[in-house]
Design a protein around this ligand. Structure first.
Ligand code: NAP
Ligand code: MG
Length: 492
């Protein structure tokens, strides 16, 4: 509800004066425990190190809980439990494994509100997104793979699928529960057992999920969730028992993992960073494109590996797009992620906020022109205003490096060939967007763009049936769809 109405709404909208909204906080309890131990062999187990790290809420920098730090011996115990559980779990008829996955999916739906609040408090994303995107998508991945569990014979016609064994999985902090679902659901559907490590700033929903596995009656050891920092992650990915490692995170850590696993014969999939081009042609429906540009870069504060962080606009419409974009940005509501009206929430951690600030400073130093949302930010917590840079050249750091924050770099092009050339002129290749009225142009560009996903006249759309993954430094392997399922099985 608006508490302050402008005198002339039509004029105010055009000229950008803002409506104020009364606070609309989500009030459901997240049921966060003061401390979380490791989940090994179906039990919560204190870490051998006796050490815990503080889980901070980026919303107001308050401490939410304590998360156990697993050492190499804890990781070893988790792998032993997973290896012991493997023979029975892999021998279950697919329909029986499917029942567990259906149960997990339904439990997630039942508890969606509580999990959404926990996700928002721990990670900083707007409640609207955790409620309407992260939770429904996480459940959808379990439903989808529950359906595959008894149909594996149809996934590779003429061949049969066998599980790989114990799988080690490490996930990042931007979509904590959703990345867990992307990793666990296909692994379990194929009959593997798992050791998974969430990111240290966002382990709470993973540990709440561990408790939910008990409610689903999942046999002990099938899923083990262990927490900690980079050292724990290193112990997970290098453990000799792992038949496969699946990692989502930064390109630098991905490369280190690839080096560590070279020559071991272990299967590896890497979902890494991106610097996606979102390409807008002069024949695109501009108002829709502006909505798409905003969604592409400001969704989840730009903490999105496939974020449309490089906007390529055809020169003839560049001024128009920039004007419309600035007007639209003025109406983004930035602030308390627990407020149901918030569009852009908190930056996940102080460390990430500092990385964003440093890259924005480099843009200024290198001569780009800055525009920021005129939002008043909360005094406590980690926040950064939605930002765009014009006057950007391909050589600037803000055009080349992944910022992983709410910062858009705008470049222009004249011809379709130039757009493709600029879009592909990057080390990354995870995703791209194309906005045009011409179907033939969409088809041509989607084969020319070196990106795992190309969205046309939309952006950031996901579905469990659709494979997702990268080219070049964005990694290899696919998640989702039949392709993603086959990453967790061997053909026999
Ligand atoms: P990160 O530092 O690489 O961390 C990812 C995960 O790896 C975390 O759980 C981290 O633990 C762990 N880790 C850190 N050092 C490790 C090591 N030496 N060995 C094994 N594991 C290690 O990345 P991030 O900052 O969390 O995430 C942001 C990056 O992920 C971005 O570059 C983004 O593009 C990418 N990402 C890609 C996708 C995709 O699908 N392609 C999706 C989401 C994110 P700690 O958190 O405890 O340090
Ligand atoms: Mg946190």
């Amino acid at each position: 509800m608006a508490s302050k109405k402008p005198a002339n709404p039509a004029r105010e909208l055009l000229f950008g004066d803002l409506w104020e909204f009364d606070p609309a906080p989500e009030s459901a309890s997240p049921h966060i425990a003061p401390r979380y131990d490791l989940f090994i062999n179906g039990k919560f187990t204190p870490p051998r190190s006796k050490k815990y790290l503080a889980s901070i809420s980026p919303r107001d920098a308050s401490k939410l809980s304590e998360i156990a730090i697993a050492n190499a011996a804890d990781v070893d115990a988790a792998y032993k439990a997973a290896a012991a559980a493997f023979p029975k779990w892999s021998a279950l008829p697919g329909a029986e494994r499917g029942k567990y996955l259906f149960r997990i999916a339904r439990l997630l739906q039942d508890r969606a509100r509580e999990f959404a609040v926990a996700e928002t408090l721990d990670g900083g994303k707007p409640i609207r997104e955790s409620r309407d995107f992260d939770l429904p998508m996480a459940a959808a991945h379990f439903f989808h793979h529950a359906g595959w569990a008894d149909k594996l014979a149809y996934a590779a016609p003429g061949r049969s699928l066998a599980p790989l064994g114990v799988v080690g999985q490490v996930i990042p902090w931007n979509f904590p529960l959703l990345m867990l679902a992307w990793k666990l659901a296909p692994a379990l559907a194929c009959g593997n057992t798992v050791v998974l490590k969430p990111a240290e700033t966002t382990s709470i929903t993973a540990m709440k999920f561990a408790a939910l596995l008990g409610e689903a009656g999942l046999p002990p050891g099938v899923v083990n969730i262990i927490t900690g920092g980079g050292d724990t992650g290193h112990a997970v990915v290098t453990h000799p028992t792992a038949a496969k490692v699946a990692f989502t995170g930064s390109t630098a850590v991905g490369k280190a993992i690839q080096r560590a696993l070279a020559g071991t014969g272990k299967r590896l999939t890497l979902e890494l960073g991106g610097k996606a081009a979102n390409i807008v042609f002069e024949d695109a429906p501009l108002d829709q494109a502006v909505e798409g540009i905003v969604n592409a870069i400001f969704f989840n504060q730009g903490h999105v590996c496939c974020a449309g962080s490089r906007l390529l606009v055809q020169e003839s419409i560049a001024d128009d797009v920039l004007r419309k974009l600035k007007l639209r940005m003025r109406h983004l509501r930035v602030g308390d992620p627990l407020d149901k009206n918030t569009d852009v929430g908190a930056i996940n951690s102080m460390a990430q906020l500092e990385r964003i600030r440093a890259l924005v400073q480099s843009g200024l130093d290198e001569g780009a022109e800055l525009y920021q949302c005129p939002a008043s930010l909360p005094s406590k917590g980690f926040y950064f205003p939605p930002t765009l840079f014009s006057n950007v050249t391909m050589s600037q750091r803000i055009a080349r490096e992944e910022i992983f924050g709410p910062v858009l770099s705008i470049l222009t092009f004249r011809t379709p060939d130039e757009a493709v050339e600029k879009a592909n002129n990057t080390d990354y290749g995870l995703s791209a967007g194309v906005w045009t009225d011409k179907g033939s142009r969409i088809l041509k560009l989607s084969s020319e763009l070196r990106a795992g996903v190309v969205w046309a006249n939309t952006y950031n759309k996901f579905d469990p049936t659709s494979p997702f993954g990268g080219y070049k430094h964005s990694g290899f392997g696919r998640e989702g769809g039949r392709q993603g399922l086959l990453e967790y099985a061997q053909l026999v």
